[in-house]
Design a protein around this ligand. Structure first.
Ligand code: FAD
Length: 472
């Protein structure tokens, strides 16, 4: 008997039985009743059928799983939070190493450190660290996994005060392509440690990460303010002007969107263009209220939900709008500034789209993110003033290719204002040229050297792939 996912891949049952006997975790095969649930990833645009899902219970399972995939010559996908928009954490006919059950975490509130297994989501991580009033820059949607997020860089509400998530990474345990476990830090395997901070999942399976934590909350001044589409130009220009002198404690995002049918927005604007300004002040609630006040008077708000709230409430505020199961396409650009013309272009592009959910997120950067030297981590885009994320989302497949086309055309329209390169976590494309172009040339060359050392046969290729030298 054999387990097959498609005609190309066949793994003998005896081989599977042998593997199963060496694991503490579980194999999920296509014939298992929970296979269809187990193969799901956040982005339904990637409906794939792996031959095997290996649910790892710990590092030993990961080592065994990597060795298995390598020796069987199988395509390998690594999954933590399953939020890869490009669909990298699944595959057809290969093996998925799923570490989402590895959720251990130890917080040391005195040393302000956390050692977290890589299967945690931001909701779970924040729950543990916020018990001590501590946090690290985390995702805007709390169901996102800490692993894929951190390895790409990590943009979140604490970015301007505490940097990207990867800037707070102190060390990582990694199972490399040879199935061996190494710890990467400033002192051990420093080349690998550099590459892990922005180079994505190219170098092995990260089983746990140690983070420096920062005092945050538990209560912070935070939330969104919404303005009518008619005021979009004035609101966006006003926000842009404010960002030029904003304190580092205040991290904000401007969102050009179609108003969802949520109770806090007047029914009359549901389905219409609105602009959301969202922010978090990483400091006292009183100081936050003062610093955020100008964001609340950029026009006549439709809804002003800014106020004191638990940091964890802000971290999960957007979750209901970003549930799994829809078709999604993200494409990101790095902007050196935000001219009036860029704002006009973004608004015109938004108006031209037809995706039921289309959003243009402008993440304000700078602050602590910009103070890290570009060569210090593989995330080198320290001079980006704003990161633009162009999002097309649709509940079903109908019309989705057109929405993808709209997102790509929007990206082309802002080309004149980009600094070059891309943030790999906001990129749905995976072509070799695109990945190379995502990094400055010297960063890319360094990433190739690290790839040559730790994964010379490109076992880990379902990612924004850095090709080892000599491999096309
Ligand atoms: C709803 C949503 C909101 C988002 N919000 C933000 C945001 O606020 N800021 C931001 O910066 N990004 C954001 N992102 C992008 C996010 O950072 C990436 O999608 C990230 O890859 C998700 O990580 P994951 O572990 O959930 O994904 P997975 O799909 O599990 O993994 C994605 C890829 O990361 C690599 N990877 C994952 N786990 C490991 C591991 N343990 N070891 C080695 N490699 C691994 C693999 O290459 C894998 O294919 C968001 C994405 C979504 C879908």
């Amino acid at each position: 008997m054999a387990t097959t996912a498609n005609a190309r891949e066949v793994i003998g049952e005896a081989t599977l039985g042998e593997l199963e006997g060496t694991l503490r975790g579980r194999l999920v095969r296509p014939s298992d009743p929970d296979y269809d649930q187990a193969r799901l990833v956040w982005n339904a645009a990637h409906d794939r059928r792996p031959a095997l899902i290996i649910r790892c219970a710990g590092t030993a399972d990961v080592m065994r799983a990597v060795e298995f995939a390598r020796s069987e010559g199988l395509q390998l996908a690594v999954r933590s939070g399953a939020h890869s928009v490009a669909g990298f954490s699944t595959c057809d006919g290969g093996v998925v190493i799923d570490i989402s059950s590895m959720k251990g975490i130890r917080v040391d509130p005195i040393a302000r450190r956390a050692v977290a297994q890589a299967g945690l989501t931001w909701a779970e991580f924040d729950h543990e660290t916020q018990a001590f009033g501590l946090a690290v820059t985390g995702g805007l949607v709390s169901s996102t996994g800490i692993a894929g997020f951190t390895l790409g860089g990590g943009i979140g509400w604490l970015l301007r005060e505490y940097g990207l998530t990867c800037d707070s990474l102190l060390s990582a345990d990694v199972v490399t392509a040879d199935g061996q476990l190494v710890t990467a830090s400033e002192h051990e395997h420093p080349d690998l440690f550099w590459a892990l901070r922005g180079g994505g999942g190219n170098f092995g399976v990260v089983t746990s990460m140690e983070f420096r934590l920062h005092p945050v909350g538990p209560l912070v001044f935070a939330g969104p303010v919404f303005y009518a589409g008619a005021a979009a130009v004035e609101v966006l220009r006003g926000w842009r002007d404010l960002t030029e002198t904003m304190p580092d404690q205040l991290t904000t995002l401007a969102n050009i969107l179609i108003a969802p049918p949520v109770p806090f927005l007047p029914e009359a604007v549901h389905g219409q263009l609105v602009v959301g300004i969202l922010g978090v002040y990483a400091g006292s609630v009183e100081d936050g209220a003062k610093a955020a006040q100008p964001l609340r008077t950029l026009g006549e708000p439709l809804a002003d939900l800014m106020g004191p709230m638990p940091y964890t409430a802000m971290q999960s505020l957007l979750d209901p709008l970003w549930t799994a199961g829809a078709q999604n396409y993200f494409t990101g650009a790095l902007l050196g500034g935000l001219t009036d013309e860029t704002i006009d272009t973004l608004l015109a592009r938004h108006a031209s789209g037809r995706a039921p959910i289309r959003e243009l997120h402008l993440h304000h950067c700078g602050g602590a993110m910009a103070r890290v030297p570009a060569a210090a981590t593989a995330f080198a885009h320290r001079n980006a003033a704003y990161v633009l994320n162009i999002i097309a989302r649709s509940p079903d497949r109908e019309g989705f290719p057109e929405h993808v086309g709209w997102a790509r055309a929007t990206h082309r329209a802002v080309d004149p204002w980009t600094t070059g390169g891309a943030y790999v976590n906001f990129t749905s494309e995976s072509g070799a040229d695109k990945v190379q172009a995502s990094y400055p040339p010297d960063t890319y060359a360094r990433l190739v050297a690290v790839k040559d050392r730790y994964d010379p046969t490109n076992l880990f290729q379902l990612n924004q792939n850095i090709r080892p030298s000599g491999r096309s």
